[in-house]
Structure formats: structure tokens, C-alpha cells
Unconditional design. Sequence first.
Length: 458
Amino acid sequence: MAQLWGGRFTGETDQLVYEFNASVSFDKRLYRQDIEGSIAHVKMLGKQGILTEEETQETVSCLGNIRADVEEGRLAITGEYEDIHSFVEAELTKRLGDTGKKLHTGRSRNDQVALDMRLYTREEVEKTDGLLKELLEVILHIMEENTETVMPGFTHLQKAQPVTLAHHMGAYFEMFKRDRLRMHDIYERMNYCPLGSGALAGTTYPLDRDYTARLLGFYGPTLNSMDGVSDRDYLIEYLGACATIMMHLSRFSEEIILWNSNEYQFVELDDAYSTGSSIMPQKKNPDIAELVRGKCGRVYGALLSLLTTMKGLPLAYNKDMQEDKELSFDAMDTVKDCIRLFTGMLSTVTFHRGRMRESAGLGFTNATDAADYLVNHGVPFRDAHAVVGRIVLFCVEKGIAIDDMSLEELQEISPVFQEDIFEAISMEACVNRRLTAGAPGKEAVERVIALEKEYLKK
Ligand code: ARG
């Protein structure tokens, strides 16, 4: 056991207590951020004359060597240290002797870990944003190719009105675009540096917090040392945004699963993104979509867990906050994997356009348009609704679509119908008359595609 705080103690730490308390097994993934923060801290100590120029240079280059040794596998981060901070400091002292022991001047592990976690999360925010952008590019590509691909739109999972595949995909484009905006907002709010907050009350050394903040790419230092060490809002916000991404991916996955089923046959997944059954030879299962849908739970769990950990914590740092890591790391890994895999699956899926069109033609998705036809010929909407209701009943009994009725049959129910009704209720006409902003008509969707293209270029 190697501890940084042995001086005050005479007895040994109980082994179980040591293990329960230690975090190195999971915070070792912060080594890069920890070293980056230490380098900035040391440079600032040198600039302020707290370390000599020689000590500063020696420490900075040694920290760089430690990072390279870890990265290239020459140095293992082992369980004999309490946490990543102890590991780095011990290694530095091993290599530099007394100079290494000066690293922690004007710093506490409380502001150190607050910084490490913030740096790590900031990178995750950027990576998540980048992956979402790739997903949006795939969605936009599908939209461009399918502005004329008619398919049924659903409410209550019942066929409602015809839309196009481009329009359906456009809904997901909006969702993931908002997810990116959330990443952007979180970045703007979180990008302030807690280093220099000390244990909770700043320090007596003349630290230059603006300087370290700038070195580490922050907009500036946090403005309250007690908040600086105990704020995990940015992580909660990030997990909240991740939970929303997972909810979106899960809804999309659910549709892919339905569309890939024998009943729908709207899509077929590529072999690379489906799996077989060990007993049923005919099976081609959408496991990836199901797993993405399923993994929603652990990301929601991470959010709820951290919210609960933080609830009721008095200022400032409390050891409870060490619990911000394991589930957050798991959620970060999960979200990135899910976006990546989903993007791959979506970019290789085959759309059965004929089946979609056929399905839109069944199920009376043009009933509203038949009623609109009557309204356009002077019939009050409520009466038109009742007329078309009778038409649907007639068709259900005969097992046919409205388009299959003869003009005579239609006129028997309402003499207002003329020959042009058939053109008016064709799937293509139903879709392409819907031209208001955000509607599925081809021209309306093309206007949106042009806007989204510009957006993705930014
Ligand atoms: N492993 C700790 C954490 O993650 C580091 C901070 C320790 N600070 C302390 N006062 N014990 O929160």
C-alpha cells in the first residue's frame, strides 16, 4: 500500500478498508488528464517563482516521460497505489527525488480530481458530438435518396397517413441534431477550470489560475473554490444528454427491429449487422438494434446513480463523489459504441421501397385526403369525415382499398365524387400536396435537406 497521507497515522489501514477506499482500478484511465493537469500546474508554479526554472523543466519533462512510458506499455499502473494521483506523484518522486515531492505544492487531490474528471468529460463531449455528426451524415444521405419513397406514417402503430422514407428519417435527423446542440451547450457551461481551488478554500500561494486555465484550454478559472471542488453538474448534464441520445437510438432501433420483421419487411439488415440462431436455421436476428435498445438502461442508470450520489452532499468535497466515475465511464463507453454501431448498421441497411409503397396503399392512409377532397368541393369537414367513414366500412367488408372502388360505388355514398378523386387520393398526390414547412411533400423535404446540408458543413 502506498499512501500520500501516512504522517498523521500510527496504525495500519485495515486491508479491506484500503481496498474499499482505493480507486486506482478505475481512475487509472484518467492518467493522461492527470499528467496534463500536473504539467500545467508545475509550469504555473515555475512562472510564479514557487519552483525554480530548473525544477520546473525537470518536472515537466519527467511527467512527459511517465505519460509516454504508460502509453507505450513500459510502465503499468498497479493496484498498490490508492488512486491515479498517488501513482503519478510516487512515480515522479521515484525518478526525481525531492523535486518530485514539490509537485503537490498549492494543490489538493480535491481540485486535482475535479480537474481530471472535467478534462476527461470535455473530451467525451467532443467525441460524442463527432460521432453524432457521422450518424447525421448517414441519415441525410438516406433522406436525399428517398424523397419519393412512399411509406405509411403511423400513429398508435396504426397506419395513419402516407409519408416518405426521407421524411421519416428527417425526424431522427432533428433528434440527433438537438443532441449535438446539447453537447455544445454543455461544453460552453463546463469549460471553466477548477484547478487552484485547493482542498476547498483556495491556497495561500500566489497561484495564477488564469494561466493554468488558459494552458488547459479553458475559458477561465471557476469563480468559487468550494463549488470548484464539488461541482459535478457538467457530468450530470452530460449523462442526461447521453440518456436522451440513448432514448433516441432506442426508438430508432425499435423501428428497425419492426421493419426488419417478417410482418413488415421494410428493410433487410446487412449480414455484418445481424446474427443467426443456434437452433433455428432460418433466423437472421437484429441483435445490434436490440442491444442498443437494451443498453439504454445502463446509461439511464448512470444518470440516476450520480444524481442520487450528489443529493444531500454538504459542501465541499466528500468521498461519496468518488462514485462519479465507474458508472459514468461505463455510460461514456456505451454511448460511443452504440452510436458507432448504429451508424454502421444504418449505412448498410437495404430498404425495400416496393414493400413500403405497397404497405402505404393498404390500410386507408388516404382516407383523410378523400375527406379533404369532399371539403374542397363544399362539404363541411364533419360530414365529409362521416362519408369517408362509411366508405372505409364498405372497403373493410369487401377487403379492398378506397382506390379499388368504382366511381359508381363512391357516388352512391356521396354524389360529390367525380373521376378526379382517384388522382386526388393516389399515394403520391397525398404526400406531395403536403408542402407546408416541415411536411412530407417532396419539395418541402428538399428545402429541409438543403438547410441540413448547410448545417452539417458548419
Ligand atoms: N479518488 C478520489 C476521488 O475520486 C480523489 C480525491 C481524493 N480526495 C480526498 N480528499 N480523499 O474523488
